[in-house]
Design a protein around this ligand. Sequence first.
Ligand code: PMP
Length: 364
Amino acid sequence: MAARAKEMKASGIDVISMSLGEPDFDTPLHIRRAAQEAIDNHFSHYGPVPGIPSLREAIANNYQNYQFSDVIVSVGAKMAIYNAIQTVINPGDEVIIPMPSWVSYTEMVKLAEGTVVPVETTFEENYCLTPDKLRAALTPRTRMIILCSPNNPTGSVYTRAQLEELIAVLRDFPEVTILSDEIYNALVYDVEAPSLASFPELADRLVIINGVSKSYAMTGYRIGWLLCKNKAFIAACTRLQGQQLTCATMVAQKAAEAALTGSQECVKEMRQVFANRRELICRLASEIPGFKFREPQGAFYLFPDVSAIGSGDEVAELLLDKAHVAVVSGSAFGCPSCIRLSYAISTDEITEALRRIKSVLTHN
Ligand code: PMP
């Protein structure tokens, strides 16, 4: 779909892309300056495998119980997730992934020759895993569960009570590592997104994932990280990264450090822009026939169920062909009855895109 949308654009058709998975903002000025300074100050050599200590310190400072030695900086959260899976998962180990989910978890587990155990969640459940479904999916071979809150693609956020219920179930399965992808945790609206790091009982088997891509508009810098208090895990993961990467780009690490230690006003401002766009897209989408959705609580996606119109694939195709709006079919996320619309675009574009979608679906 993305390739077709590009082709259409290249041939002069005015396609609005709502398929983006990244903020549309420029990286804030003080962060860019820090990158420039890092170049001028010769951050041009290899660095420590797990990252620059001052950056690891800044990352750990966001949590009460973590220190810099619990942190490994990688090339984006993506690589941190991949490394964590490679470190923990042996062939045949089972990994529970609540669906819909970000597409890469499944593929990464397959790369580690693990067995993906997808667990379907529903609209009625706000696409959150329930304790009953978790218990039913756990087996003696389960070695990991991957949670993502705020969620891509659904925008759902787990409450503290929901997390407590899941943890209660996991108490009977101490050999299960919990991978908690919290990359969107700065982008929440009207709710809190509790970190699993605030549950000390999990510490030894919890891997927290985060990065600068989404919260500071730094996707291209490629800096993300994991935190874990299990020393054996950190040692193994560091060995893996040492052979595969050496270290994340030094200049980008210095920019990430500036992002974390500088003023957080830019994060607030960007969140407010997203909050306004969210309000707009929810208002306009509620007038579209056949769209059934919940207000997203975090991230920057709307994830309507479109089964009243057709499959996610069919509707995505229809919208590209007839409305010239590119969206992503839910089938990419293991939820074929939905489509994902990114609102990381301007309010003018949101308004025009939703006008076109409404017109096409009203006359379809
Ligand atoms: N996790 C989720 C849920 C994501 O949506 C993304 C980016 N699309 C990532 C991780 C990876 O982010 P990055 O590698 O840019 O840090």
